[in-house]
Design a protein around this ligand. Structure first.
Ligand code: CA
Length: 639
C-alpha cells in the first residue's frame, strides 16, 4: 500500500470542464467512489494518430489536446503499452502506435502536463502480447532464462528512468500484459516467475512508491486462482492483480467480482480492470473491419449506442468499486479513431507510414502469421469515446458523471428484436408490444405497429424465415418470423442433456443406455441417446414419450438411428394410442454416421386420445457388442 502517494502531487490537476458536469442526453446512475478511484484511459496509439493527421476536439468543439479533454472529463490515469523494439531493420514501425519507450516518454510528458498519472504497461515483446501471443523480443531470442531475466531487469530499469525524467507520476507498472501462463516466450511457471521477479525488482528500485501490477485475461476461465497461487509459490513481490474485462467475451460482472474478490481473500491483493471497452455503434468508420459489429456472435448486454456504451462502463466501474479491494478501471483505446474519411487505400498509406493502424505490413518480420497477413487499421474505432471526427461522445462524461449521477427522464433508446415461431397450421399472430431498452438499460414493453405482410403466401411457402419490420417509440422494430412444422415432442433432439419427458424401458440388460454429449455422434446439436452392450442379446429396450392433449387430426412421426455390430436386429419406430401399438415402421443400424430415419405417416388421432411415440431396439449383437445413437424425433401434423 502506498497511500501517502495517492493524495500527493495533485497541484497541477486539471479541473472538470463545466460542460462535463451534466448531460441533457446521457443517463448515468451514481456510484459511490473514493476520490482516488482510478479512472484510466489507455491511449497508446495517440502519437501515431496525431502524426497521421488526426485531430481531437474538446467540449467546445474546438481542436484541443486529447490529454486535456480526458482530464477535463474525469480521467485521472493514462495507461501506456511499451514494446521493446517495434521496428524492422530499416526503421519501419510495426504499427499499433509503434509504442517503444520513446513513444511512452512523449505520452508521459503530455500526461504530466495535465496532472494525469501514468500506468506503464510492459509487454516484454517487440509487438502485441496477449493470451494467444507472448513472443520474445528479437534481441533476447537466444538467451537462456537467467540471461533473459537480467536483460529484462535492465530494460525495465532503463525504461522507467527515461519515463520518470519527464516528471510524470508513475503510479503503477505492469510487468507483462495478459500473461495467461505465458510471458516473453516462456511457458513454464518457474521461468515466467523468474522474469516477473526481475521486472518487479527493477520497479521497486526505480520507483519504490509505484504499485506493481500483474495482468491476466479471461476472468471467465476460472484460472485466476491458479495464476495467483503460482505467483505466491514463487514469492513474487506485487500489489495489484489486474484483469481485462470485455463484456462480449469475459462472462458476467458477478463472476468477475467473485474471481477478483477471491484473489483478495486469499492473497490480500488489490484488484482492478485495466482494459475494458464497449461499442457505441455497430458499423466501421475506417475501412478496416472491427472486432465487434452487428454480425458478431457475442454477448450483447447493451445496445451498441452511446448510452449502451456508457451503461457498460458504469456497470464495470460499479462492480470494481464493490470489490473488497477494487481500485479502478481503465478504458482501452478510447481514441483509436479513423485516420481518414475517403478510402481504404488512403488510410492504408497512413497506417503504414505512421503505425496508426493495429499493425503494418512491416510487422511481418516479427509476427508473420497474424500481423503479417491481417495488418490494417483500427479494429476498435466503433468502441472509441470519440466520434470519427475526433469529437468527444457524451459517453466520455461517464468518468465524471458516475461520481455525481446524471438522472434524466428515462426514454427508449433501442428496440429489442423479436423472434417468434408459427406453426404452418396456425394463424400468424405478431406480438402487440415489443421490449424497449431504456436509457438505464432496463426493459419496458411498448406498443408496436407492424408493416403489412402476406400471411397466405407465408403459409403456402412452407418452412421458411421472414423478417417483418415495424415501428415502436419512433424506432424500427424487427420481427424474425419462422414458419415451422411444430414438433409436439419435447426435448426432441435430447439437447436438454437429460431424458426429461422421454422414458426408457429396458427389456433385456442393456449395459449403456443414456443421453450422451458428443456433437460428432449427434444428428443435430450436441446430444443424442446412446446405447451399447457387449453381451449377446442384451440390447433390448424401448425409448418413448407420451404426447398429451393432441388435437383431433392426422399426424406423422419420425425418429433417426445409427450404429453397428447389431447382428440380428428388430428395430422399429412405433406409435401407441391409448396404450396399443397402432403403427410401426422398421429401421436398422448399418454403420457409423449412417443415419436411418423411420417415418410413420397417417396417424389418426381423436380428441382425448393418449398418444405415445417411440422406438424399439433389439439386437443380438456382433463383434464387441451392438451400439448405436438415436436422435431428432419429430411429431407433427401430416400434410
Ligand atoms: Ca475499423
Amino acid at each position: 500500500m502506498h497511500a501517502d502517494h495517492l493524495f500527493a502531487a495533485c497541484s497541477n490537476k486539471t479541473k472538470i470542464d463545466p460542460a462535463v458536469q451534466s448531460s441533457e442526453t446521457l443517463y448515468v446512475r451514481k456510484v459511490e467512489l473514493p476520490e482516488d478511484f482510478i479512472m484510466g484511459a489507455d491511449i497508446s496509439s495517440v502519437i501515431a494518430l496525431e502524426n497521421a493527421g488526426v485531430k481531437f476536439c474538446g467540449w467546445d468543439g474546438n481542436e484541443q489536446d486529447l490529454f486535456k479533454t480526458l482530464a477535463e472529463s474525469g480521467v485521472n490515469y493514462i495507461r501506456v503499452r511499451v514494446w521493446n523494439d517495434p521496428f524492422d531493420e530499416e526503421g519501419n514501425g510495426f504499427g499499433g502506435g509503434n509504442n517503444d519507450v520513446e513513444t511512452a516518454v512523449l505520452i508521459a510528458q503530455r500526461a504530466k502536463k495535465y496532472g494525469l498519472k501514468l500506468l506503464v504497461d510492459f509487454h516484454y515483446s517487440d509487438f502485441w502480447a496477449d493470451p494467444g501471443k507472448q513472443m520474445v523480443p528479437r534481441a533476447w531470442k537466444d538467451m537462456d532464462v537467467d540471461t533473459k531475466a537480467e536483460a529484462l531487469y535492465q530494460y525495465t530499469k532503463d525504461s522507467l528512468q527515461k519515463i520518470r525524467k519527464t516528471g510524470v507520476t508513475i503510479g503503477m507498472v505492469q510487468i507483462g500484459n495478459e500473461t495467461n501462463a505465458r510471458l516473453c516466450g516462456e511457458t513454464i511457471w518457474s521461468n515466467i516467475l523468474k522474469l516477473m521477479k526481475a521486472g518487479s525488482k527493477a520497479v521497486r528500485e526505480v520507483i519504490p512508491k509505484a504499485r506493481i501490477a500483474v495482468h491476466f485475461a479471461n476472468p471467465e476461465s476460472g484460472a485466476y486462482e491458479t495464476y495467483a497461487s503460482k505467483l505466491k509459490y514463487y514469492d513474487l513481490d506485487y500489489d495489484v492483480f489486474a484483469s481485462s474485462y470485455y463484456p462480449y467475451w469475459h462472462g458476467t460482472l458477478d463472476a468477475l467480482k467473485h474471481e477478483l474478490d477471491n484473489i483478495t481473500d486469499k492473497y490480500e491483493k488489490e484488484v482492478m480492470v485495466v482494459e475494458t471497452s464497449y461499442a457505441y455503434r455497430p458499423d466501421d468508420t475506417d475501412f478496416f473491419g472491427n472486432t465487434i459489429s452487428d454480425a458478431s456472435a457475442v454477448t450483447k448486454n447493451y445496445p451498441y449506442t452511446v448510452q449502451g456504451q456508457a451503461n457498460s462502463l458504469v456497470d464495470v466501474i460499479d462492480t470494481v468499486s464493490q470489490m473488497k479491494k477494487g481500485i479502478g478501471v481503465c478504458y482501452w483505446e478510447p481514441a483509436w479513431i479513423t485516420v481518414g474519411h475517403n478510402s481504404y487505400e488512403e488510410n492504408k498509406v497512413l497506417w503504414e507510414k505512421y503505425g496508426a493502424g493495429w499493425a503494418s505490413s512491416y510487422a511481418a518480420v516479427y509476427d508473420k502469421a497474424d500481423a503479417g497477413r491481417y495488418h490494417g487499421g483500427s479494429a476498435v474505432d466503433n468502441q472509441a469515446l470519440f466520434d470519427e471526427n475526433g469529437h468527444p461522445l457524451e459517453s466520455l462524461k461517464t468518468f465524471a458523471l458516475v461520481r455525481t449521477g446524471n438522472i434524466i427522464p428515462l426514454k427508449a433508446v433501442a428496440i429489442k428484436d423479436v423472434a417468434i415461431s408459427c406453426d404452418l397450421n396456425e394463424e400468424i399472430v405478431l406480438p402487440e408490444t415489443v421490449s424497449a431498452i431504456m436509457s438505464d438499460n432496463s426493459h419496458q414493453q411498448v406498443p408496436v405497429k407492424w408493416e403489412e405482410y402476406d400471411s397466405k403466401m407465408m403459409h403456402e411457402n412452407g418452412v421458411k424465415q421472414y423478417v417483418i419490420h415495424g415501428e415502436a417509440e419512433g424506432m424500427q422494430a424487427t420481427c424474425y418470423l419462422s414458419m415451422i412444422k411444430f414438433n409436439f415432442l419435447k426435448n426432441y433432439s435430447f439437447e436438454d442433456g437429460e431424458l426429461g419427458n422421454w422414458k426408457v424401458t429396458d427389456n433385456g440388460k442393456t449395459e449403456q443406455a443414456y443421453i450422451e454429449k458428443k456433437a460428432t455422434d449427434s444428428l443435430s446439436g450436441e446430444y443424442h441417446f446412446h446405447f451399447w452392450s457387449a453381451a449377446a442379446n442384451s440390447v433390448n429396450f424401448d425409448l418413448e414419450q407420451d404426447l398429451d392433449d393432441l388435437k383431433e387430426g392426422t399426424y406423422r412421426y419420425q425418429i433417426s438411428i445409427m450404429g453397428g455390430d447389431g447382428g440380428n436386429t428388430s428395430i422399429y419406430s412405433y406409435v401407441k394410442i391409448n396404450g396399443e401399438i397402432v403403427k410401426t415402421e422398421p429401421s436398422r443400424i448399418t454403420s457409423y454416421n449412417e443415419w436411418n430415419t423411420a417415418v410413420i405417416n397417417g396417424i389418426s388421432v381423436s380428441s382425448g386420445d393418449k398418444v405415445t411415440a417411440g422406438i424399439h431396439v433389439e439386437c443380438s449383437g456382433a463383434g464387441s457388442g451392438a451400439w448405436g445413437k438415436i436422435d431428432d424425433a419429430l411429431f407433427n401434423y401430416d400434410d
